[in-house]
Design a protein around this ligand. Sequence first.
Ligand code: OGA
Ligand code: MN
Length: 210
Amino acid sequence: MSANELFEQIAEEIYQQGYSVLSHALPEPLCQALAVEVRALPKDRFSRAGIGRQDAHIKAETIRRDEICWIDNSTEPGREWLAWTGELQQAINRRLFLGLFSFESHYAHYQAGDFYKVHRDAFRGQQNRVLTVVAYLNPDWRIEDGGELLVYPDEGNEPLLQVLPEFGTLVVFLSEEFPHEVLPAQADRYSIAGWYRINSGNSHRVDPDS
Ligand code: OGA
Ligand code: MN
């Protein structure tokens, strides 16, 4: 499948059902470069993830245990990843008119025992995160390693999706629509989580004045 066909398929599935899960979606050389980079990062580049509110550190640790490192243009794998997610952004905007405007993403490392309890990546009406992208960087992941991503319908307790964090698998979904969680991993689990935002212009004034 060409990159364009892949992006078309993701856009079509987002349009039809609000999510898309594809294995072997990330180009192999890109996935390989990211998988190598995340394992080579010095430990002090990672920090305990927060939960986006003023809650105490202790509270956050009951909700999520992973450590994260934001991705930028300062390394070749980072540049390639941002170029690729930029093309995906364009393809989705062409097909769905979502008006995706900016993108931010981080590596996440879950050690054995780490999890991320049920949460949403955005809340209705806040117009912050519109579309979530998750990519997995784990060659030879086994079922007994756990760490599945469970994605739930807007309302309801039966998961719509149960995804193993296998090398090259890509998950894309509307950030406001789908609660989701990461079950405890039993081995080192590496992923990238990223979010497209629209230009809401409330934090930095980026909308043209009119
Ligand atoms: C997140 C998230 C899922 C995963 O970081 O918000 O839901 O599978 N990550 O790593
Ligand atoms: Mn999430």
